[in-house]
Design a protein around this ligand. Structure first.
Ligand code: ADP
Ligand code: MG
Length: 693
């Protein structure tokens, strides 16, 4: 059935080296790959519409005779052609045309056109329709399938795609492509899925009666079938990756009465029951000579940092190094500060490394890491080449959903010399829905910190229009007069850092006018790390009453005395982000509140988000709602999570499928292990280095 050698693109007619290169840039090098590049939408060229029945806005195929054709000279010359089919007339307008087209479209010519019907000056029009001249009496057949429109790149017209996919589909029908059915028959039956080749045929060339609306939403059974296969492949590749890691050896780290105990006793509080349970789970993992692979879920403020520190102390007690990374400079700095404060009394001096540490300070840091410094904290700079650990035993990633799998792997490789592997712990803040976790972190053990430290008072959330800004400002004034502190967050998404920084500066200036007598600080992503640190220190010390910030403070910032959070243009943010920001308050003993300010009118989706924020503070609930409302991009930070860029699947739309993935994956591993690598290769392709296939 399958070809012995994959058929490559240049084997197709009309595909030269140049085109093959362009396609390669899109990740398509074999003919079979073409068929996983799915159309965005479809055009119906299967029926000829009588012009008299055409409505503006329709994209239709029409046929008629040219009644009149002329070049009209205005500011620019335009070729105007009137087409008549016995039922009505339509004016074709060409703003760009060549001299020969005038002849081509002369009166009396029979034409078939495809384009969008518009309401023009003098009746129906088509601007720059695609057209074909027909011979006088012969009938030309119409398409018998819908015409796919492919997502494409510069210089790759739809005609090229059609030519290539026509050939690919023909080869597939002859059974000459490597397109084995990889899903077991039982699964296909159980879920009523059609075979792969049939699904691909349908998606690329749907019949005229196809449900185009479903296809456009990628919600058609044929597409669902591919999405399922893709999700399954990702789940299997994560499992495989994690299994491969588990097959290695890791340094066993038994509990001894040393830094771990000393640290625990130095804390001014007792661990919550949930923290104790998670610490025990981690402790048991670390005692084994196989690598820990553990995800620690815990809502904002649940106290994950202490857990991380305890694990690091276990490594210290066993003479091994710990690397702790966070996705942003600010968050990593916070960790560095907290750890330094905690560990210095124990005689430990953490090393700081970020991309901004350069020159002599950098070489000193690198030297200390090489010499075996116990605790190293930083951004992903820790994962770069040139950073060599003496004896890395534990990797802690405070992920906050911003790291890609790839980056995590880079760090792990540092701890994996020979058959050795460092223990690994990932902390995620906004709890992600369970179904999502099982896909994104398939094959990891999970611990949940499902309890907040005692004494936390729930944050009251109110929603207010921008028009009541004056009221909000008075609220800030009275809170600060009461010795409380406040955040004012300016949000501009999809703008540059520079514009965001500018906006924050403007807001800070205006607020200083309105709030004379208050100390107002400013923090944004464009500031130098030392300047940021100074501002944060001053805020922590209480020297700044109101901190105007961009969303840089979203994660990790911990100032218990701050009890008022104002979020401007809150309607622009996703739920996960709002939850993170609100989590900056409610950390101390006083009653905290959060004001979500919006720019009216509030859209339906935004209104629902605000309502959810008002009603619940439970991160798990918020995460589920977030997935429902806007898709997981916000939950997982799609842009940074390389593995979640699917070709067909969409975690929000296909959330229903996620539920069946784990059991389907298990069945496949158990009963059809031979298919697993093939599935991974088909769908995960380039990411295969993570799966070792
Ligand atoms: P997150 O889980 O969001 O990372 P942190 O680790 O930053 O939370 O903890 C939030 C705050 O709660 C910190 O100030 C931390 O010192 C404090 N904290 C952590 N555990 C406890 C506890 N068991 N009792 C009291 N306070 C705690
Ligand atoms: Mg944290």
């Amino acid at each position: 059935m399958t070809a012995s050698r994959p058929i490559r693109l240049p084997d197709l007619h009309g595909v030269g080296p140049k085109l093959a290169d362009k396609m390669k840039a899109l990740g398509i090098s074999q003919v079979a790959d073409l068929l996983f590049h799915l159309p965005n939408r479809y055009e119906d060229r299967t029926r000829i519409h009588p012009i008299g029945s055409c409505q503006p806005g329709q994209r239709v195929l029409i046929e008629g005779r040219v009644e009149h054709s002329a070049i009209v000279r205005g500011r620019r010359a335009m070729l105007v052609v009137v087409l008549f089919d016995g039922t009505g007339r339509v004016t074709l307008r060409f703003f760009h045309f060549r001299a020969y087209q005038r002849q081509q479209l002369a009166s009396g010519t029979r034409l078939r056109c495809f384009g969008e019907i518009r309401a023009g000056f003098k009746g129906l029009e088509m601007i720059h329709p695609g057209y074909k001249r027909l011979s006088d009496h012969q009938d030309e057949p119409v398409a018998d399938r819908l015409t796919p429109i492919y997502p494409t790149a510069e210089g790759l017209g739809q005609k090229i795609w059609l030519r290539m996919t026509d050939q690919a589909l023909a080869l597939m029908r002859k059974g000459e492509l490597e397109l084995e059915e990889l899903l077991p028959v039982e699964l296909l039956k159980q879920l009523k899925l059609m075979p792969l080749a049939e699904a691909l045929d349908y998606i690329h060339r749907p019949p005229p009666n196809a449900d185009v609306a479903a296809l456009a939403l990628r919600d058609h059974p044929t597409q669902k079938r591919l999405a399922l296969e893709e999700l399954l492949a990702h789940n299997l590749s994560m499992q495989k990756l994690h299994r491969r890691q588990r097959a290695r050896r890791a340094p066993a780290m038994p509990a001894v009465s040393g830094a771990e105990n000393a640290f625990l006793h130095s804390l001014p509080f007792e661990l919550t029951a949930a923290q104790k349970r998670v610490a025990r789970e981690i402790g048991a993992d670390l005692e084994r000579a196989t690598p820990m692979l553990r995800l620690v879920h815990g809502d904002v403020g649940s106290g994950k940092t202490v857990i991380a520190a305890l694990a690091a102390m276990r490594a210290v007690d066993n003479g091994l190094q710990t690397a702790i990374t966070a996705p942003t400079e600010l968050l990593a700095e916070q960790h560095f500060q907290v750890f330094s404060k905690w560990l210095k009394p124990l005689g430990l001096d953490p090393v700081w490394l970020s991309g901004k540490v350069t020159g002599k300070r950098r070489s000193e840091a690198l030297q200390r890491i090489r010499d075996g410094a116990e605790v190293v904290i930083g951004t992903h700079a820790l994962m770069q080449k040139g950073v060599e650990f003496k004896s890395l035993g534990l990797v802690i990633v405070d992920e906050q959903h911003r790291f890609g799998v790839g980056q995590r792997m880079d760090l792990l490789e540092k701890g994996g010399t020979g058959g050795q592997q460092a223990h690994q712990m990932i902390m995620t803040a906004t709890p992600i829905p369970r179904t999502l976790a099982m896909t994104a972190y398939a094959g990891m053990d999970v611990s949940v910190i499902d309890e907040l430290p005692p004494g936390r008072k729930p944050v009251t959330t109110v929603v207010m229009s921008n028009e009541r800004r004056g009221e909000v400002i008075r609220r800030v004034a009275s809170a600060c007069a009461d010795d409380r502190q406040a955040y004012w967050v300016c949000t501009l998404i999809e703008e540059t850092d520079a514009i965001e920084a500018q906006a924050a500066e403007d807001v800070a200036r205006h607020l200083s006018d309105d709030l004379q007598g208050l100390a107002i600080g400013l923090i944004h992503g464009r500031m130098k790390p030392t300047d940021k640190q100074q501002v944060m220190d001053a805020f922590k010390a209480g020297d700044i009453h109101l901190l105007v910030a961009t969303t840089v403070i979203e994660v990790g910032v911990d100032v218990p005395n701050a009890s008022l959070m104002i979020i401007e243009n809150a309607e622009r943010l996703g739920l996960a982000q709002l939850h993170q920001l609100r989590g900056r308050v409610g950390r101390g003993s006083s009653q905290s509140s959060c004001v979500l300010m919006y720019n009216p009118p509030l859209g339906e989706l935004a209104r629902q988000r605000m309502e959810i924020m008002r009603q619940t503070a439970d991160g798990f609930q918020i995460a589920e709602k977030d997935l429902e409302l806007r898709g997981p991009g916000e939950v997982l930070g799609t842009r940074q999570t390389g593995m979640l860029l699917f070709r067909v699947a969409d975690l929000a739309r296909d959330a229903g499928l996620l539920k069946i993935i784990p059991s389907a994956a298990d069945a496949l591993l158990r009963e059809h292990p031979g298919q697993v690598d093939k599935l991974i290769r088909r769908w995960v392709g380039d990411a295969s280095r993570f799966a070792g296939v």
